[in-house]
Design a binder for this molecule. Structure first.
Ligand SMILES: NC(=O)c1ccc[n+]([C@@H]2O[C@H](COP(=O)([O-])OP(=O)(O)OC[C@H]3O[C@@H](n4cnc5c(N)ncnc54)[C@H](OP(=O)(O)O)[C@@H]3O)[C@@H](O)[C@H]2O)c1
Length: 265
């Protein structure tokens, strides 16, 4: 199936690793022009080089450096994109994460920091991108939520709350911008093998005196499909939702989670 990305211009924020990287790589393979952004200049350049070297793509995405949790960073990033392109057809924001902690151990600073990481950063990226998206062809926004948006995990209260907030943000923005033809959707991954989980598994393994593989196997046990997802499996949904093939889909949060979130909605 041709997803229709030929000549389309896409910004992926959080693109040096994990799901954002897999998304940028898949978009480039589909023929999109991509700007990849993350905090570390060397890391994002190396990620773009990896995509350029991959036989499937043969093109090197442009790169930008931004820490979107910082005031003014999203605006500066989009100004950089505007200097390159007069319009933007799609934006993916793949920045976010959790804190593993019980409720009482979390300070106000933890709550505000995680809110900025998961919610405010997405708000800022979308708001700064709107002028370019308005000039785009079949424009689309995809945010990254979490299966925890629908099935709160124990010991992750702060991201349970903020990832659930992304459902509301997605639905509300979709309603507000539908008349302008801008679609807004969210992909909610389950446990996915990125550094987020490899780091966590290494830490838990050291605490429990077991191997990281043991930890991954233990957490995989709760997943109906019996294994963690790969970043490429999450990216496949992000890319499809970003494409003109998803032209009648907006305001949706789609779980790609191996079945772990067992609720009906
Ligand atoms: N992996 C999972 O199991 C899982 C499960 C549920 C939801 N998710 C969600 O999926 C999304 C992607 O997760 P992931 O596992 O792919 O994460 P990851 O492997 O840690 O990658 C995160 C990416 O974002 C960049 N980044 C981090 N902070 C940033 C900032 N302040 N400004 C700009 N870029 C930043 C990182 O690069 P630099 O460090 O160089 O900036 C990296 O490119 C997140 O929203 C996460 O909450 C993941």
């Amino acid at each position: 199936m041709d997803l229709g990305f030929g000549g389309r211009r896409v910004l992926v924020v959080g693109a040096s690793a994990g799901i954002g990287f897999a998304t940028a790589e898949a978009l480039a393979a589909e023929g999109a022009e991509v700007v990849m952004a993350s905090r570390d200049a060397a890391g994002i350049a190396a990620a773009a080089d990896r995509i350029a070297a991959a036989a499937a793509t043969g093109r090197r995405p442009a790169t930008a450096v931004a820490d979107i949790t910082q005031d003014g960073a999203a605006e500066a990033l989009l100004a950089e994109v505007a200097a390159r392109w007069e319009a933007l057809d799609a934006v993916v924001d793949a920045v976010g994460g959790s804190i593993r902690s019980g409720f009482e151990a979390l300070s106000d600073a933890d709550w505000i920091g995680n809110y900025t990481f998961n919610v405010l950063s997405a708000v800022r990226v979308v708001r700064a991108a709107l002028p370019l998206l308005r000039k785009g062809r079949a424009p689309s926004v995809v945010l990254l939520g979490a299966a925890a948006s629908r099935m709160p995990y124990p010991n992750q209260i702060v991201s349970n709350v903020h990832k659930a907030g992304l459902l509301g943000l997605t639905k509300t923005l979709a309603g507000e911008y539908a008349a302008e033809g801008i679609r807004v959707n969210c992909v909610a991954p389950g446990r996915t093998l990125t550094r987020l989980w490899t780091d966590r598994a290494a830490k838990l393994a050291a605490e429990r005196n077991v191997t990281a593989e043991d930890v991954i196997a233990e957490f995989a046990h709760e997943i109906p499909l019996g294994r963690f997802g790969n970043p490429e499996e999450i990216a496949a949904m992000v890319v499809w939702l970003s494409s003109p093939r998803a032209s009648y889909v907006t305001g949706q949060t789609v779980n790609v989670d191996g079945g772990i979130a067992r609720g009906l909605l």
